[in-house]
Design a protein around this ligand. Structure first.
Ligand code: TNX
Length: 527
């Protein structure tokens, strides 16, 4: 009897030990938060070796209560819902929720996080995301997305478990300006394509979307006071296709979509060169009073507004006024590049006048580095693309620089000789070369403190569809996002390429057509 009793007790004991062991084993996969492939790389990750699991009863609790916060909570629910199949309720609360939930909180307790930083603390019971501002929460949500299994990106319901490694991520950006540009003038892209482009920026924590709205080949935004700009000037594109333009309503829709992703839209009206579409729409903008033909080739530098006619400046004022009214961000980009048909003595006073027009609208001017030959007003920003002398002169005038060096950051440059799309006037940009540079040391004399941030432009002379956009943008875009976010002391190509390789499966899950560079180990598996 005694013997039997002992036997029963020991069986129960062994069973309990086995249960505990097996529980802790399954809880231990995955175990290491610091091994997750997060792009851009966070400033600090502390790992605690356990896991938190999303379950069908997991809700998203938000401390406080505003429409803006609800929208952010909903954006997280929208990311998590399709693949998990769980209906996450988004709820307001005053205190941390009970076990098993996600908790988003805004409190300005940690000044080093700034406006866009966040702290993500995960333990077995809760996933807590804290930030000083809604923008910080939004950035942190992108991290949550990337530490979930890749299949979270699929649009159909998948089998769990939905485990997340535990630990703490403290993260904030190095530069305040991290962007990409899309040229919708050489080839036109509709609102849905533009929104998908914005989604890509958001995923990698970029915060600026520069929209190149006018050029020789097409005028792409409705201007009510000068209606032919869009209807005539927007009626074609490179190669002679039908072109297109955004109505003001559509443009506002793009701006508000970007705002919801904490991305600032910067509209560019390029002038005084790159203006053939306008010169073709209105004869009076030409010095000889004759409208030009529409242009569907790819030459640059042949067009100019007539800089000494009064009407040119009322035209600019009307156009920029309408655009400024629809734009929530602080900047208007006035182009200013490659004005080879404008005499220098005309170009300089022109840029000075246009700076005044923009200032009168309460916006700040950005121009390509060419504008530095004029006298730049305080608050102006020069976007460096090619001319180092101009970039230095801008710095000498005390203005900030956006770094978009063509030989490193141009998304329209071919990857190598075999790339079918793109150009190579600035060189070939393989994925490693696009990643391995530091904005603050690239040009002697231009230091960290002179630099506002980084932008990667996509010119579209050769790019005709969303699919082709994706091929040129991926996989280089995440690298530019990381250059802007993660300080250069934490960046290393050999380590980065492993993380990037794991994102290949994410690109596939999102239906992104990308260039499978031989330099990147695309060995991630769908997990
Ligand atoms: C130069 S970059 C241009 C664009 C072209 C691009 C092609 C800049 C300010 N001007 O007009 O589209 O090269 O790479």
């Amino acid at each position: 009897m005694n013997y039997r009793k002992f036997n029963n007790a020991s069986t129960v004991f062994i069973l309990i030990v086995m249960m505990v062991l097996s529980m802790s084993c399954s809880e231990k996969i995955p175990t290491d938060l610091s091994k997750e492939s997060i792009i851009p790389k966070p400033i600090s990750i502390v790992t605690t070796g356990e896991s938190f699991t999303l379950k069908s009863r997991t809700n998203i609790y938000i401390q406080g209560g505003s429409d803006e916060l609800r929208q952010i909570g909903q954006s997280l629910a929208n990311i998590l819902q399709p693949a998990t199949g769980f209906d996450f309720d988004v709820k307001f609360t005053n205190k941390a929720p009970r076990s098993g939930h996600i908790y988003l909180t805004v409190s300005d307790s940690d000044s080093k996080l700034g406006d866009e930083g966040y702290e993500l603390s995960i333990n077995r019971k809760m996933l807590k995301l804290a930030a000083n501002s809604p923008a910080g929460l939004f950035r942190g949500i992108q991290t949550i997305r990337q530490i979930l299994p890749t299949k979270i990106e699929l649009s159909e319901k998948q089998e769990g478990p939905w485990k997340i490694s535990t630990g703490t991520i403290t993260d904030y950006p190095d530069y305040s300006y991290r962007g990409a540009m899309l040229d919708v003038s050489r080839h036109f892209f509709g609102v849905d394509d533009v929104k998908r482009f914005i989604d890509f920026l958001a995923l990698y924590k970029m915060n600026v979307f520069h929209l190149h709205l006018s050029d020789d080949q097409g005028w792409r935004i409705e201007i009510k006071s000068w209606p032919d700009l869009a209807t005539h000037g927007g009626s074609t594109q490179v190669g002679g296709g039908e072109g297109g333009y955004y109505t003001q309503k559509q443009y506002s829709d793009i701006v508000s979509y970007a705002d919801k992703h904490y991305i600032t839209v910067i509209p560019e009206i390029d002038m005084p060169g790159h203006t053939n579409a306008a010169l073709s729409s209105y004869a009076e903008l030409n010095c000889n009073g004759k409208a030009t033909d529409l242009y569907t080739g790819t030459r640059v530098g042949f067009s100019t507004l007539c800089t000494n006619k009064e009407i040119t400046y009322s035209f600019i004022e009307n156009v920029l006024n309408e655009i400024a009214d629809l734009t929530t961000g602080p900047y208007i980009h006035i182009g200013g590049d490659e004005s080879h048909s404008t005499k220098r003595e005309d170009y300089i006073p022109f840029i000075n006048k246009v700076q005044d027009i923009v200032a009168a609208q309460g916006k700040q001017v950005i121009g390509w580095d060419d504008i530095a030959i004029s006298s730049l007003k305080p608050g102006a920003v020069a976007q460096h693309w090619a001319n180092i002398k101009n970039a230095r002169s801008a710095v000498d005038q005390g203005v900030k620089i956006i770094m978009s060096p063509a030989k490193k950051a141009y998304l329209d440059m071919q990857y190598d000789e075999s790339t079918k799309l793109g150009l190579h006037w600035a060189g070939y940009i393989e994925v490693d070369s696009g990643y391995m540079w530091d904005p603050a040391t690239l040009i002697p004399g231009i230091e960290r403190e002179n630099i506002l941030g980084v932008e990667a432009p996509l010119w579209t002379e050769t790019v005709t569809s969303m699919d082709e956009i994706e091929y040129m943008v991926f996989p280089r875009l995440p690298g530019y996002a990381e250059i802007g976010w993660t300080s250069s002391s934490l960046r290393d190509w050999n380590e980065y390429k492993e993380r990037l390789g794991k994102h290949g499966e994410r690109f596939r899950a999102m239906g992104i057509d990308f260039y499978q560079s031989g330099l990147v180990p695309w060995n991630g598996v769908m997990q």
